[in-house]
Design a protein around this ligand. Structure first.
Ligand SMILES: Nc1ncnc2c1ncn2[C@@H]1O[C@H](COP(=O)(O)OP(=O)(O)O)[C@@H](O)[C@H]1O
Ligand SMILES: [Mg+2]
Length: 258
């Protein structure tokens, strides 16, 4: 179970800018606060900056400028790192490790002794329905099993903040619903969830708050209902078209022929 709440936001980001070495400005002075205990959705099109943002939070991407804190701890420190569990967009599993070893070694990286890591690994294998594949290496798993293993690994060290980068991109409907149900349970136990997606219906079905990201900035943030109300929109899709895709839609209208 996650530790008791401290009063700090799960995640606080100020003035986050990332310019890649080729000059691409992926994040442009972005600010965001994710409340403790929330199920938070970061919704935006491909290239909006979602993965870069998550990379900066998890120290996988070096930020150009800005400040990040995780439950009040500096984002660059070990304490922050241990409170975060991440399932990256690109499955990055070691191809020589079995399911069990993947989980066991992850526990080791996060400071568990062998016995604790081992029993926790077995527990996750059962919870994520991977028992039949316990001793199988990652490349021999189906895509769906790999997704489940990624999620199991992200949760193994009982992080208070779980970050899921497009966990359902390209997965079939059945697995999508299965993943949703795991994530919902986790949230119900008090874990803060930050989920990135470009599926509007996913954000609306799961998240209690949504931030729309476009061009490396947060362009709107509220509950799904609040976003619709403030934009005079009947659906979240309409809000999305008015904010995130606003520029492109206007352009299309201007070039329309009579
Ligand atoms: N390693 C990199 N080097 C240069 N540009 C990158 C790199 N990674 C991402 N980008 C660029 O940064 C922008 C944001 O990308 P990304 O964070 O992956 O967005 P999203 O996850 O929302 O699709 C895009 O323009 C992308 O092409
Ligand atoms: Mg991405």
């Amino acid at each position: 179970m996650p530790s008791p709440r401290t009063g700090s936001a799960a995640l606080e980001i100020r003035g986050l800018t990332k310019r890649y070495s080729d000059g691409t400005l992926a994040l442009d002075g972005l600010g965001l606060e994710v409340p403790d205990g929330s199920f938070f959705g970061l919704l935006g099109p491909n290239g909006a900056g979602k993965t870069t943002l998550i990379g900066a939070v998890c120290n996988l991407v070096r930020m150009t400028e800005g400040e990040i804190s995780v439950f009040g701890e500096p984002g660059s420190g070990m304490r922050a790192r241990r409170m975060i569990g991440i399932a990256e967009q690109e499955p990055n599993l070691d191809k020589f490790l079995t399911v069990f070893e993947t989980l066991l070694y992850h526990g080791g990286y996060y400071g568990m002794d062998r016995q604790e890591a081992s029993s926790r690994a077995e527990q996750m294998i059962e919870a994520f329905d991977l028992t039949a594949k316990r001793d199988v290496e990652a490349p021999k798993l189906s895509g769906g099993m790999r997704r489940r293993l990624l999620l199991a690994r992200a949760l193994l060290h009982r992080p208070r903040l779980v970050i899921l980068d497009e966990p359902t991109a390209g997965v079939d409907l059945e697995l999508r619903h299965e993943l949703w149900s795991y994530i919902r349970k986790l949230h119900a136990q008090g874990t803060t969830i930050l989920l990135t997606t470009h599926y509007l219906e996913e954000a609306e079905a799961l998240c209690d708050e949504i931030a729309l990201i476009s061009g490396g900035r947060i362009v709107a943030r509220d509950t799904a209902e609040g976003l619709k109300r403030s934009h005079g929109a009947a659906t979240l899709e309409e809000v999305y078209l008015k904010t995130v895709a606003g520029g492109r839609i206007r352009l299309a209208q201007e070039v329309e022929v009579e």
